[in-house]
Write a protein that binds this ligand. Structure first.
Ligand SMILES: Cc1cc2nc3c(=O)[nH]c(=O)nc-3n(C[C@H](O)[C@H](O)[C@H](O)COP(=O)(O)OP(=O)(O)OC[C@H]3O[C@@H](n4cnc5c(N)ncnc54)[C@H](O)[C@@H]3O)c2cc1C
Ligand code: SF4
Ligand code: SF4
Length: 1015
């Protein structure tokens, strides 16, 4: 191997936020089961051992419909750790389950076993050899991180499961994963060269390619485990090759059963690779600790055609014909999906723009190309062939319209060549998931037959029969995704909480299996067997091969201790469901917020489906969700962890009441309320709102601390700080101040308080001569004097006045309003927040009715009016205020006021860190728009929460986690092309200012705009 380049995301700077002695959290609960087992394992290994109730519940689910409590969880640090655990468990007949990101959809990562989570410590790229296009990686390395490491060599790990940035390489091997580009690349097995593995008895060995004679040489049915495995593989080749050839479906996509067809195919050339036999084995044969993988060149460019059809069956008819054009991806979207997407705020405009009238289905056809010209040519030829009278950017090649001699089906075509255009096309294709997974009803589009596959030429009949099957059982599904290789995503709507729903669930699974058998397909073309599909392998492969699977399993794992039950085991698809007729749920209190979704707060608690989207690293996943997981890499600090624990507690799986002290500290306390999940989670799980509701209840039952009261009452304290300034600022320099603030108030000794100004923004405005009178202005703004801008940074408010007036707006600052209630809301004092909301709405609504708009400089306050007030209050007046409130840049951009400003933009490029709350309601882009229109160069960071999050970063026990979050942001700041940081959020400015040890916090962007106004 070539260069050694240790790359792995790890916890930022290797810091464990919980290692701070002040951190009162330890990510585990007090209730530890099997303490003897724990101490035995702890003695043997370097990694972490967790057998407490919380950790077990956290690993009881994955992205599937199933839930099984594991024995415990271990985070190994090395191959030796893995071997020790396996050996120890084997001696005591305790099952073991290896796990990556836990994004499996069929239940293969939940079991009554000791779970080995590889993603925490064993997550590095060990070596890369660009010349040989090979790399050696640890089992828990995310595919996204691998590809980021290979990018400098223009190489990539080719299989591209949709959640590759949250999926570990060993998970991809375990499921034999692939993605939209399987037409080009096949499945993961094609890229596995060798694997270091731990066998069922704890033996460590390397599996790779061996000739058939070497295989036989190593085979000994009476030898050690490795020799027995070789003997069984040799026997299967000797005795079962014909059956395997005959029975295995002829598909590009089949991941059901063991990978015996690949074994037989390789043997024809005189060698086999046992590492590839592990592909798709779902952790049931051996445990992978390292893998050597081969890499592919990143394609130069791509081009896409989007074809519209009147009917889904028409589109299906066209699939095998289009395959003759050699596309890199061929994906389908049906009318059910397009219709649902069209009704959403996010995808509605895209559907309106891109879906022609009369469309019953669309095919997205992508081509790889070495140049733009080549890509355009491929698209032109496809359109000439498949769309009568279709036009394209480039003339088709001669004879292109006769490439195939089949009847034409598509009635409309669009094409995309530039990167951003292609992204829009793919966005439409991927619109399905959020819509299907966002239902808060008891009926859910669960995954259980969501990746069946048939040969593409059989798709038309298969889809028609599948539609009939769903109609017969009284439900429906969208049909979408990988039509090219014949693997469709189909998620019927069923309610497994009812007996009737369970009957539907079983009938569909049985019916789908019959259909795939009839059409030469497979029950799983992508996601694996797990609990949902293992039982159907007998029907798919017949008794003979089922027994061969059993024999192979026994050879590798004589006592069936590695992830037992999967592939050829005894899992029953109707058992261990997360939601079953026996499921019971009790919220335990009356919520005070408005929950305007189906099933109210319960619907939100049950919404997370475990996809693991909230476990993506900042660099590869981007977005806001979930900053606390990114900083700590602990499942309990991901949105998924919190959502699972809430649901498990409320449905009786955890003994705790959710307002129990320990539950609050370990599960909810570390959510910083950034609202990132409300936008970035495909189901829009709103954990910030759930936390506010539960925290409010906690205060009702247990009271609140002095510190919480202080932070919730900034509206009373800030005026005092301001009245006493500059004394209040000097007080910060008093000796012993830091120790006292930490000891008495629990505020981290490292933190400085914000500076208070004697002359507040409101004071200044009282003496300000209006530059634009109400009579001469087209627009009138009530600039809300939020507590932060008013007392701590009046220059931001002043700058806003200057900019608005320069844009010809009449500005007033209302004097009959109170603090927004943001701080009280964040700390779960919802009564107080509601009172503030009421007072402000009463004061502002009449003036808004009169034609005034409300504008806020502080983003979190704008969002409080726009979003949180609607949760706290109801009625037309609150809606009027919410609908007419803006962040300052949103206001300038929405009303086209930037053109009225005379700005000479500064030369220094800006680095912009936006506010999470504005990002959550998709209103953060306005700042960049305005500044760039005004002539500034802006590098808008794809950043998450800065870690301050209101008062969170001030709190002593949260200081270290806050720092870890800040580290991620500050790395982005340092890598930015900008030279001056700007941030609209008061907390973010303070966090960045403290870290950069600047003489002043970075400015609000409106200050920079005002500074550069001419005149
Ligand atoms: C929204 C969504 C979209 C998805 N899209 C795709 C897609 O496009 N294509 C696709 O193929 N899949 C897809 N999946 C399924 C899943 O993401 C992939 O199969 C993924 O590769 C699994 O990786 P993981 O790290 O989460 O593995 P896990 O789910 O943790 O594990 C997968 C299997 O591998 C085994 N395993 C894990 N580590 C080891 C090890 N060290 N040794 C041996 N066995 C091990 C496990 O026991 C398990 O059986 C999707 C899932 C979701 C939720
Ligand atoms: S919170 Fe959202 S992103 Fe995270 S696992 Fe649940 S559904 Fe997926
Ligand atoms: S609100 Fe933020 S910190 Fe809390 S779960 Fe959602 S993304 Fe994570």
């Amino acid at each position: 191997m070539g260069t050694s380049n240790q790359v792995g995301p790890g916890v930022p700077d290797g810091i464990d936020p919980a290692a701070d002695s002040r951190a009162t959290y330890d990510y585990v609960s007090d209730d530890v089961q099997r303490p003897g087992l724990v101490s035995d394992l702890e003695e043997r290994i370097e990694g972490d051992v967790r057998f407490d109730e919380y950790s077990r519940q956290l690993y009881a689910t994955d992205a599937s419909a199933y839930e099984v409590l594991p024995v415990g969880v271990v985070f190994p640090q090395s191959t030796a750790d893995v071997a020790s655990v396996v050996e120890y468990c084997a001696a005591r007949e305790i099952p073991v389950l290896p796990r990556g990101g836990g994004t499996s959809l069929a239940g293969q990562t939940v079991n009554e076993a000791v779970v080995l989570d590889f993603t925490r410590y064993m997550d590095s790229v060990l070596e890369t050899d660009p010349d040989a296009a090979r790399a050696r990686v640890q089992a828990g390395t995310y595919i996204g991180d691998m590809n980021a490491a290979f990018a400098e060599h223009d190489l990539k790990f080719a299989p591209d499961p949709a959640y590759g940035d949250k999926s570990a390489v060993a998970g991809a091997i375990g499921n034999n994963s692939t993605g939209s580009h399987s037409l080009k690349y096949g499945k993961t097995d094609a890229y596995v060269e060798s694997c270091e593995v731990v066998l069922a008895d704890g033996t460590v060995t390397e599996f790779g390619e061996v000739t058939l004679s070497e295989l036989k040489d190593r085979a000994d049915p009476d030898g050690d485990l490795e020799a027995q495995i070789h003997a069984e593989v040799a026997r299967i080749l000797d005795e079962k090759t014909d059956t395997i050839d005959e029975v295995f479906p002829d598909l590009k996509r089949n991941v059901s059963g063991y990978n015996l067809d690949r074994l037989v195919e390789e043997a024809e050339d005189g060698s086999v690779n046992l590492a590839r036999l592990l592909a798709g084995s779902e952790g049931t044969l051996a445990i992978i600790t390292e893998a050597e993988v081969s890499l592919e060149a990143v394609p130069e460019t791509k081009s896409i055609a989007l074809l519209a059809y009147e009917d889904l069956i028409d589109a299906m008819e066209d699939v095998s014909i289009i395959l003759e054009h050699d596309p890199s991806a061929l994906e389908v979207l049906d009318d059910t999906l397009l219709e649902l997407a069209g009704k959403t705020e996010e995808f509605g405009p895209l559907v309106a723009e891109m879906v022609p009238e009369g469309t019953g289905a669309m095919l997205l056809v992508e081509f790889y190309a070495d140049s733009d010209e080549e890509g355009k040519q491929k698209v032109a030829d496809l359109i000439a062939d498949r769309v009568p009278d279709g036009e394209s950017e480039r003339d088709p090649s001669e004879g292109a319209s006769e490439i195939t001699d089949d009847p034409h089906f598509a009635f409309h075509a669009q094409e995309a060549h530039a990167d951003d255009e292609r992204k829009r096309f793919w966005k439409l294709r991927k619109s399905g998931n959020p819509i299907l997974l966002g239902r808060t009803t008891d009926e859910k589009h669960i995954s259980f037959i969501e990746d069946t596959a048939v040969p593409p030429e059989n798709l038309p009949e298969y889809v028609a029969d599948f539609q009939d099957l769903l109609e017969d059982v009284g439900t429906f599904a969208a049909f979408y995704a990988h039509a090219g290789p014949g693997c469709l995503h189909i998620r019927p709507l069923v309610n497994t909480k009812t007996t009737e729903g369970m009957e539907q669930f079983e009938a569909i699974a049985e019916g789908a299996t019959d259909l795939v058998v009839e059409y030469g397909g497979s029950v799983s073309g992508e996601h694996g067997d797990g609990r949902a599909r293992s039982q159907f392998n007998r029907k798919l492969y017949g008794d003979d091969l089922w027994e061969t699977f059993e024999e192979l399993k026994t050879a590798f794992d004589p006592d069936w201790l590695l992830n037992p039950g999967n592939i050829c085991g005894d899992h029953d698809m109707t058992e261990n469901l997360r939601f079953s007729p026996e499921y019971d749920f009790e919220l335990g209190f009356d919520p005070v917020l408005e929950w305007d979704n189906d099933n109210g707060m319960q619907g939100m608690v049950e919404l997370c489906h475990g996809c693991g989207g909230c476990r993506g690293p900042q660099d590869t996943t981007g977005g806001v969700m979930c900053p606390t997981f990114r900083a700590s890499e602990e499942e309990i600090t991901s949105t998924r962890g919190r959502a699972n624990m809430l649901r498990q507690a409320m449905s009786g799986d955890l003994p705790e009441d959710v307002t129990d002290e320990e539950f609050m500290t370990e599960v909810l306390d570390l959510c910083v309320g950034c609202k990132g999940c409300a936008k970035d989670c495909p189901s829009e799980v709103d954990m910030a709102k759930l936390k506010a509701e539960v925290t409010h209840q906690y205060h009702q039952e247990h009271g609140s601390s002095l510190r919480d009261k202080i932070f919730a009452n900034v509206d009373r304290l800030f005026p005092m700080g301001s009245a006493l300034a500059p004394l209040s600022n000097y007080a910060q320099r008093l000796p012993g101040r830091r120790a006292i603030q930490e000891k008495v108030l629990g505020i981290a000794r490292e933190r400085d308080f914000p500076t208070f100004y004697r002359e507040t923004f409101v004071d200044w405005f009282a003496g300000h001569e209006p530059q634009v009178s109400a009579a001469e202005a087209d627009r009138k703004v009530l600039l809300f004097p939020d507590s932060f801008s008013n007392y701590n940074r009046p220059q931001a408010g002043k700058a806003a006045v200057r900019v608005l007036e320069a844009a010809g707006v009449h500005v007033d600052v209302p004097n009959d309003v109170t603090d927004s209630g943001r701080a009280a809301n964040s700390k779960g004092f919802l009564d107080k927040a509601g009172e503030h909301a009421r007072e402000n709405v009463d004061a502002l609504a009449p003036r808004v009715e009169d034609g005034w708009d409300v504008v806020s400089v502080e983003p979190s306050v704008a969002v409080m009016f726009q979003l949180d007030y609607l949760d706290l209050l109801s009625g037309p007046d609150v809606e009027t205020v919410a609908n007419n409130t803006y962040g300052i840049f949103e206001y300038l951009d929405t009303h086209g006021l930037v053109d009225d400003l005379d700005v000479t933009a500064a030369d220094r490029p800006l680095t912009y860190h936006g506010h999470c709350h504005q990002k959550a309601i998709k209103k953060d882009h306005y700042t960049e728009n305005v500044l760039e229109t005004a002539g500034f160069t802006v590098d808008a960071l794809d950043s998450s929460c800065c870690g301050m999050a209101g008062s969170f970063g001030y709190e002593a026990e949260h200081y270290s986690l806050s720092q870890s979050m800040a580290d991620i942001l500050l790395d982005q700041v340092r890598d930015s092309s900008g030279e001056r940081v700007i941030a609209p959020g008061a907390s973010c400015r303070h966090q960045i200012g403290e870290h950069e040890q600047a003489s002043d916090d970075p400015p609000h962007p409106v200050e920079v705009l005002a500074e550069n106004l001419d005149g």
